[in-house]
Write a new protein. Sequence first.
Length: 408
Amino acid sequence: MAQYNITIDSEILHHLFLNGAKDEGMAKLLESVLNQILQAQATKQIKAEPYERTEERQDYRNGYYQRNLVTRIGTLTLKVSRLRNGKLTTEIFSRYQRSEQALLLALMEMLVNGVSTQKIEEITYELCGTEFSKSIISELCKNLDPIVTAWNSRPLREKKIPFVIVDAMVIKVREDGRVRQRGLLIAVGVNEEGYREILCIMVGDSESEESWSKFFFWLKQRGLHGVDLVVSDHYSGLIQAIYKYFQGATWQRCQTHFIRNILDKTPKALQKEIHIKVRAILEAPDAKTTRMLLNQVLEEYRTKAPKAIDILESEFEDAIAVLEFPERYRKRLRTTNSLERLNEEIRRRERVIRIFPNRESAIRLIGALLMEQDEKWTSGKKYLDMVEYFEWHKENSKEVKEKVVSIS
């Protein structure tokens, strides 16, 4: 370890011990010490004191430049010697860079976890004795862009993804000087190994068929394949896009949203009993039992709750599509609930930010959050055991081929 002879100005000591401004006094003391260390390191590298004539001299000083060092006790101004034929070598720079990177990572983590920029300003002032404006914090967080973009655009060709769950939520984004509502589109898949993974997110102009078509086209371009079931809520634009880009796949209407839509049209006095009966229909073990219970409800409530019964009857087939699949998979694939819980985590942070300055910032911050969740899913327990599904799928495909042959 290098040793240096350091002198301390009596005025600095007086300021430190008698004036009561301890942080300011410590900052001045540390600044003086570090500047003397920088001078000593320059002398050691050059092998000569300032203006000293010696045969061992390796270089010449050429003035100095200032560099700020942010610390817990304040911002220090360091005077770094310029050399004519080289650059001063000092550990202070590398330590500063490591500390700076640690601070930037902490700032980004705070933002991703929903800490407001105002609160971050207060925290950084307490830690470093200086303020970071909202614009500086946002600029620093752009370091996340290449990481999030690479994850959000990764190829999907490696594994089949039989089950896809999609949903959207409305966020506020500032565009062209105005705050506009935009659709954040999200897709989660269950791959052939049974692990959930977040496939991607996209900010669309709305939740229209055009936006969903762009979303699905992008997924297909990245290699999404083997899709057998798509689960979503009932949005006309979304359904049309699913039928266009996932031909041959089954569409499952989210049963949670289906029940909500029915209860919204049910007289208040009948809501509890209709809820119980509709839930029994959807949880029946097979299609035969389901239709039997459906007919009973239609007959009992057609005149008592006609609007609710119209929804139940007209949209029933889409709500029980999951009955085609083996029983062990139905519970987790009949709703978008797993995605809803993810949306709650996004919403918790989005409420702090309230308005994203642009689309890129929305993808950056929400994407960073989802990357972390994706890591937990893909490195944790399997969401589904896929062995029975592939056995069923193989047998089902064999039966379909046999029927085609017999018809022809």
